[in-house]
Design a protein around this ligand. Sequence first.
Ligand code: SF4
Ligand code: SF4
Length: 465
Amino acid sequence: MIISRPMSGKIRTARNYVQTVLILLFFVTPWLRWNGMQLIRLDIPERKFFLFGNIFAPQEGYFLHFFLIGAGLCLFLFTSLIGRVWCGWACPQTIYSDVFDYIGGLIQGSKYGKKDSPLIGRAVTHTVWFLVSALASAAWIAYFADPYLMLSYFQKFEIREELPTWTYFFGFFTLAMYADIAFVREQFCKYACPYARFQTVMMDTNSINITYDFNRGEPRRKGTTKIGDCTACNMCLVVCPTGIDIREGTNVWCIACGKCSDACTKQMQKEGKKTLIGYWSENQIKEKTNSIKWIRPRTVVYAGGLLLVLTVLSLLLWERVPLYLSVLADRNIQPVDVGDGKVRNFYEAQMQNLTLENRSLRFEIQRTDLEGVRRLWIGGTEEAVVELPANSDRRYRLFIELEPTPQDASQKSHEITLKVYDIHDPKFQKTNVVPFLLPISIAKKKNQSVARNIWTRVSNEPFFL
Ligand code: SF4
Ligand code: SF4
């Protein structure tokens, strides 16, 4: 693991501000509430995702797909425009490496990272690092478990036979984070991070990145001979947290932290010159132009894709009805001939109220190719109205009874579109298509009846008992 020399400068200051805001956001967000619910929480045991006062069910996973596609395109777009800005400014690996270095510097001073640093200083540093890892892991777990419950658990801590599931993850993430930042650090960026591997394909010679101005810098100073502007002070190399020499060209290991730029700025100030390393595109260096080409085929494609995904996602969210409805034919009970020429089909309706209001939901047959008189029962009521409390899910037995007409009896399988709506808020509605099957015996009887032409009772209107 490399512990690089600290370096102050404009980029370091700007990164300090950005990283402080991100850390605060990370720690504070789990404590925030919206409509009485946690602002963001992926509750895996409850199978619910709380987001800005909305509750999402696992069956709405397509939102997550769109979100991930959008996030991926966002990453592509920003990488093609401004390189690995994520790595240097917002990646938790980089942020916590900086936090660990800051703590190490505070405790051990100039001895931090040196081989001859006192053992006690190192032990204290590692203890604080471990505590920071525990804090950060608790904050991370709080996106999956209620932080107030976690806090009360810690307050009245007692060894129980059964620990809450999150405690295992808390222990795992604490150890993983401590091991990663305290011992692995830049090796992860170099050898394990998938983004580092494929980010180069998103960049071109117009992408802005930490770049060395070889036109001005080369050839480097040798002894007292001044040739290019680079003084060969090697400060850019000494401060690099991944141990690379940016003067050798763009490197896949560079995390665009800008420390080398700050170092070179200081060195060049002594010479009364501008820095040789900065956020520039390769073309800016080669063609000695200040203009940045933002609009390029790849940025247009990424931006267009992102816009499309965001539009679809917004429309889906706009149209979303926070009710999960699934009506399935009950495979354990076959369609039944109940006498008087009537047939019953049985179903199981599963519903989840994803709002914070109690709902009175009525079932209706919205559409069907059946012509005979239909009746529908659910939840033991002939009115087909069920009460679904806020943020809850229920299962109901549902059956549909039909007096088939000769037309209905001409085929065994039919479709019924069921509509479920809130009787106080009809816009709160969902539909589900279910099959309706006729027993062969009825179909036969009805066909005989067709011959005798005794079927007269037909209704196309949905009605309930
Ligand atoms: S080359 Fe510069 S920007 Fe890249 S990782 Fe090293 S110090 Fe950071
Ligand atoms: S910090 Fe600047 S001057 Fe010093 S070696 Fe690096 S590029 Fe050259």
